[in-house]
Design a protein around this ligand. Sequence first.
Ligand SMILES: *[C@@H]1O[C@H](CO)[C@@H](O)[C@H](O)[C@H]1NC(C)=O
Ligand SMILES: *[C@@H]1O[C@H](CO)[C@@H](O)[C@H](O)[C@H]1NC(C)=O
Length: 443
Amino acid sequence: MELAAARAFGACALLFLASVASLAAAASLAAVKYVSEKEGWQRAWTHEAMEPLYNASLYPDLAVFRSRIRLLSGLGLANQLRRYHMNSSRIKRGTAVVVVRGGRVTGLTFEDFNPAFRIRLDSVVSELQRHQDAGAIRLEDSVFILNTRDVPVCSLGYCLVPMFSPVKEVRPGGKSYNEDLLVPLMAYPADQLVVVEPGDKLPRGGIAIHADEPAGSEGSCRWFVRKFAKPGGAAAEWIDVLEAGQLLKQAAAEAGGGGGGGGGGGGGTEARKAMEVAAGERPVSGMAAYPAPAAALARYRVALSCDAQAANPGLAGLLASNSLVLKGRSNWAEYYYRLLKDGEHFIEFDSAFATEMVKTAMLKSQAAKYASIVEAAQRFAYTYLSQRSRALYFEKAISEYNKLFGEGYMKATVADLPADRPLSMSDILALPMYPSAWRQGLA
Ligand SMILES: *[C@@H]1O[C@H](CO)[C@@H](O)[C@H](O)[C@H]1NC(C)=O
Ligand SMILES: *[C@@H]1O[C@H](CO)[C@@H](O)[C@H](O)[C@H]1NC(C)=O
């Protein structure tokens, strides 16, 4: 029944599109500028520059395991896969193992891996490899489990080894509901700042939503937007709801036509292909849909972001734009959220007050305050959220994760894996407690 209701809202959203089409067309005349290098601003492309982010997110995630007496081992890795991942077909179909050996990155999956999650694994493998090959990172040999679903796996005390995950729930005080080790998504680059001249922006709020995606529970951010921003709804005067699939299709076409810049970074044709595919796909349970291009929302003075089944992966792109970001209250967190501050980089809202907040953001008296929030957000995105900074975060996560197993353990474990044929999941499931070099040492 809930699904039927969601579909009905979806249909409304589509109808609504027709009515805002003329507005959107007017706004699309405003030029969108992409900025790759900003004078005076620094990218966090060293571990030293990344330290605030490690302090806020990586180290707390690791501390959970560091404080445990339980010994981390290859056997623990295999047992975790066997006991937990292989017992639930839903988890199993979103589970990958990443092996790094001699600077080569390989992704392994079970035979029934869900192809919808492939973008998450492939982007990690190819982006880490690209930055490794370019000399921007030096990955240590390692074997780790990568959760490709937007569903955290490690309930408190459960995981035998850290699980690399894209999202988990974090309480307002910073305490987590899950013990997953958050790592960056690599699938949706937000490398460039996205700028529309303030005078060219629509004096309204905009939000992009996939028409088929569930609206969420009553009172949630998405639910509110669908209910009140639809034609004739109480918020329609202030908030436009755009269809994300359509925006992706447009962006892919523009990028294909040599318009350039549509993807906002990374590999241009790769990004275009991904957007084309995403535009035609139905949302998948267990994974947030491909985010709409930030450029579409940069045309609004205010861009709204709602989490649905998990954190909105489009938030990074919105922070990189020069629109004020209003973010619906939610416990979902990606790896960088614990460094972001409400009132400094974005403004948090309760769904019931969204309209009020958009209205307030249009007041001249608020202009200076909001301009400084917009600048802080763009600076944050520029500093920490590029693909290269994300690759660095992975490099650090891997070396700190390796340390938990003990000096030299991972290197010796990887050295034991077969080298004369492609690796498979069964090789990981066969991992022993100690690598052979250690057993000889112990004997
Ligand atoms: C990170 O945390 C360490 C230890 O608490 C502290 O010494 C260091 O100054 C912090 N770094 C930053 C950039 O905040
Ligand atoms: C998973 O399966 C194993 C053996 O197949 C069993 O011992 C274990 O209790 C199961 N775990 C859960 C959480 O169901």
